[in-house]
Design a protein around this ligand. Structure first.
Ligand SMILES: Nc1ncnc2c1ncn2[C@@H]1O[C@H](COP(=O)(O)OP(=O)(O)O)[C@@H](O)[C@H]1O
Ligand SMILES: [Mg+2]
Length: 214
């Protein structure tokens, strides 16, 4: 697969396979194409050359909406709606308080079930201003976990979360054998680094005639 923005090539003849249940760290300098790769994998970006395949099916045949139902892409600046934490978790669906409290704990927004009911009722404010940047990132993660996503693409999705909390969340995700996880992090934590199965080092390089593979 190759991808260019206008006529600026970003990814050239990249070939890689992501295995279900494995954990990948995307490392390398800013501007190297890490976010671009995740956006392509998530189905957000189209217009690539070559082929992207999900469980044997071509991305173009699956379609963007169906891909987004299967693959969660979490950015540094998640979307929020005005209303409560519960509104932001449920959106247009319905979940029990117990289900919501469970994911709030996994995302380290609360530490005990007892904190749950009050936190669910908390207003997030206009554009989420009543919560910190790190809390908004964790809320987006909780929303995804609640929907049972098993493929998570985290684009510095814990960048605004304080160090110890980020480590706690990352460890929880990395130790979950059901999850396929690709994570971009500028600041990989020493405590979580050994839990990754693979490091995809950017810029992706290739030798003449062969695709860059990982
Ligand atoms: N929407 C866009 N239009 C044009 N160029 C872009 C766009 N998004 C990113 N780029 C450029 O593509 C390159 C790779 O960006 P990105 O994938 O965000 O890198 P990384 O995530 O590794 O920092 C950078 O040079 C960036 O400026
Ligand atoms: Mg990026």
């Amino acid at each position: 697969m190759s991808f260019s923005y206008q006529d600026q090539p970003i990814l050239q003849d990249v070939s890689l396979t992501i295995q279900q249940g494995h954990k990948y760290l995307l490392a390398g300098p800013s501007g190297a194409g890490k976010s671009t790769l995740l956006k392509l994998m998530a189905g957000y970006l189209t217009g690539y050359q070559g082929q992207l395949v999900f469980h044997g099916q071509d991305y173009r045949a699956i379609g963007q909406a169906a891909l987004m139902d299967r693959i969660l892409y979490l950015t540094q600046t998640p979307q929020v709606i005005s209303g409560t934490v519960a509104d932001n978790l449920a959106l247009t669906a319905h979940y029990s308080a117990a289900e919501m409290i469970q994911v709030l704990r996994r995302a380290a927004l609360i530490t005990t079930d007892a904190e749950g009911p009050a936190f669910l009722k908390q207003n997030v404010g206009a554009k989420g201003t009543a919560l910190s940047g790190g809390q908004l990132q964790r809320l987006a993660l909780a929303r995804g976990l609640l929907r049972g996503y098993h493929i998570l693409l985290l684009d510095e999705g814990t960048s605004a979360v304080d160090g110890p909390t980020a480590v706690q969340i990352e460890q929880d995700l990395l130790l979950d054998p059901r999850l396929t996880l690709l994570m971009i992090s500028h600041t990989p934590h020493a405590a979580t680094a050994p839990l990754f199965d693979h490091v995809i080092q950017f810029p992706l390089t290739k030798t003449a005639g062969t695709p860059a593979s990982v």
